[in-house]
Every structure is written in C-alpha cells, then in structure tokens.
Design a protein around this ligand. Structure first.
Ligand code: NAD
Length: 320
C-alpha cells in the first residue's frame, strides 16, 4: 500500500491551501483531508475527506491505520484571540492533539509530523526587533503558552524517542481563500475585504503596531520545504523562526490606497491590541535560511496586489 499523508484541521485557513498544494505534489488520493466539520466543496470533492475530532484518539488512529498514513500535518488548534475567551478548552485542544500525534509517531504508526508553532511563543520581555531564534520566551496568552509547551514536547519526543517532528513559528498568515480562524493578525485579512466591499475599515489593532506577517504562498512553501528537507538539516527540533515582512495597519492601509485611492481607515483597538503588543515586531529567521534554505518570495507590495485581486475574484464567486 502507498504511504499516505493526513492533514488534520484541513478546512482551516492554512489547512485548506496546504491540502491543495500537497495534493498537487503527491496526487489527490495520497492526501487525506480531515476536520471536525465539513469544508468548502472545492476541498471536499478534490480527494479523500474524513470528518473526525482530533480529541477522539481511537477515531484518528483508525484513519491512520486504515489509510496507511505515514505523515501527519496537525493544523487543528484554537487560535490566539478565540483562546483568550476559552483558555482551558484551548489548552486542552492544543496540547492533547499534539501529544496524541507525537505518541502515534513514538509507537511508529507514523514517520513524520508537521506541527505549527507561532510568534505567540514570545512575550512582553522578549527583544521586540529582529527577535532571535533563542531568546526570552514569556508568552502572556494561553495560546502562546500552549505553543511554547508544544515546542518543548516536540523537542523532547525528538530527543528521547527519535520522533521526526518539524515545526515553524508562523507569523500572521494573510490569505483570501478561507476565512482566518480567530487570530490577532486577522485584521490584515479583514482590511482587504472591507476595502473592496465598503471602501473603509475600522482596525482593531492600533495604527503604529508592527507585527510580523507572511503571504499564504510563502507559508505553504516553507511548510513543504521543511518537510522535504533531509532529516540531518533540521537542527532545530523545537520550532524555527520564520519571517517574510513586518508592517503596521497604517503602512498596509497606505499600500491599499495605491490601488484604491478612496480607501479610508480608522482605529478602535480592542482586547487584541494587548496581545499584539506582547509579540515581536520583526523576526530573525537566519537558522531557517541556513539550515534548510528558507527564502520568502512575497513582500508587502506583492501581498497587497495578490490579496486585492484574490478578494475581488472570491467576492465575484460569492464563495467566501
Ligand atoms: P484555523 O482556525 O483557520 O483552522 C483550524 C482548523 O482546525 C479548523 O478548520 C477547525 O474546524 C479544525 N479543528 C478545530 N478543532 C478540531 C478538532 N477537535 N478536531 C479536528 N479539527 C478541528 O487555523 P489556521 O489559521 O489554519 O491555523 C493552523 C495552525 O497554524 C494552527 O496550529 C495555528 O495555531 C497555526 N498558526 C496560524 C497562524 C495564522 O495566522 N493563521 C499563525 C501562527 C500559527
């Protein structure tokens, strides 16, 4: 039987596009998409799909065994802003799902895992500019605490049980195909929809707050690249810093105004402002560049152009 890939959380913002890319690379039938809920018809009809709750160990193990899964991308999680509303549920989901998949690899059901961490592992006393790979980590959100603990578990399972788990600290991921799932950087997606539909946007992040961001194409490329890299080149077994660009809401608005001259923005920071202020403004990703050749392709100008075109197309098809 051919070795197969399982994407858990395949209907999410990143999972949808990651599944698509993996199916392009490996063939539709080699990639099983799975989520607690059904996804967009485009995703469900393009290859095998299993509805499953990652918290149900037996159900997930059965999928792994039945499909001869050897590689798992664990994308299911509760994101930063939503997690602050449900701290214990977030901790439960984010930790149990990871430990369960790590144990499947320890027991040699699967051979390779991708699990995303986040810039949320950093906190208020972390150096804000050009944040190094190894530095102070004092996350102040339950999401960040769960990602930091997750990183330690990944490193531990690699060290003690030779589990091949690979991880990236994603910055805010910007895309138009699937709605973002309740993160602090979601403003940078909403702004494009509001700009195209209404010509104006009220940002919940203040105008001069700079955060690390990345266009979806680059996030998918990084994910595929780290998973395809030879085992020996993956020297960081907690999670790699990953960067492409940093911008403030004001800078992004200026960029949109180059395409939509009448676009206006105002600012009403809410509870997410405090989360944003606890995170780095920019990230040093030298280790990823040196170890497995990471290099982003998209800057803010390409991101704005791609988002405006994509959002217009999406609204014309009324799929969003
Ligand atoms: P998302 O919220 O858009 O998608 C998560 C998916 O997981 C959803 O489709 C949801 O239905 C599914 N899910 C939730 N609970 C589940 C369960 N019990 N069983 C099975 N599926 C379940 O998230 P995303 O933005 O695609 O993020 C994917 C991963 O990347 C997460 O680990 C997230 O923390 C990380 N990340 C994302 C960003 C970003 O900007 N999007 C930034 C940093 C890290």
């Amino acid at each position: 039987m051919v070795n197969k890939i399982l994407v858990i959380g395949a209907c999410g913002q990143i999972g949808t596009e990651l599944t698509q890319k993996l199916r392009e690379i490996h063939g539709s039938n080699a990639v099983i998409a799975s989520d607690i809920k059904p996804g967009a018809p485009g995703l469900m009809n393009a290859g095998p799909f299993e509805v499953a709750d990652v918290m149900n160990e037996e159900q997930v193990k059965k999928i792994v065994v039945d499909h001869n899964i050897k590689e798992v991308y664990l994308m299911a999680a509760m994101l930063s802003a939503t997690a602050e509303q449900n701290p214990l549920r977030a901790w439960d989901l984010n930790m149990k799902s990871l430990l369960f998949i790590l144990n499947l690899a320890k027991e040699r059901y699967i051979e390779k895992i991708f699990w995303p961490s986040s810039i949320a592992v950093f906190g208020p006393t972390t150096p804000k500019e050009n944040t190094p790979q190894d530095t102070i980590m004092d996350p102040s959100t339950v999401y960040g605490i769960s990602k930091q603990a997750g990183e330690r578990w990944c490193s531990y399972y690699n060290d003690k049980f030779a589990v091949d788990v690979r991880s990236l600290r994603y910055p805010g991921i910007i895309s138009y195909k699937t709605k973002p799932g309740g993160g602090t950087t979601d403003y940078a997606v909403e702004i494009f929809y509001e700009a195209v539909q209404n010509g104006t946007y009220t940002s919940f992040i203040d105008k001069d707050t700079s955060l690390p961001m990345m266009y979806m194409e680059d996030a998918i490329k990084a994910t595929v690249d780290i998973m395809e890299a030879p085992k020996e080149s993956i020297k960081v077994r907690s999670s790699y810093n990953l960067a492409a660009m940093s911008f403030t809401p004001k800078i992004l608005a200026n960029c949109i105004q180059k395409h939509l001259a009448n676009f206006t923005i105002d600012y009403k920071p809410d509870f997410r402002q405090q989360i944003a202020e606890s995170w780095p403004s920019s990230i040093n990703d030298l280790n990823a560049r040196e170890d497995w050749g990471w290099k982003p392709n998209y800057g803010i100008e390409e991101l704005a152009k791609g988002m405006l075109e994509g959002v217009k197309k999406q609204l014309d098809n009324i799929e969003f």
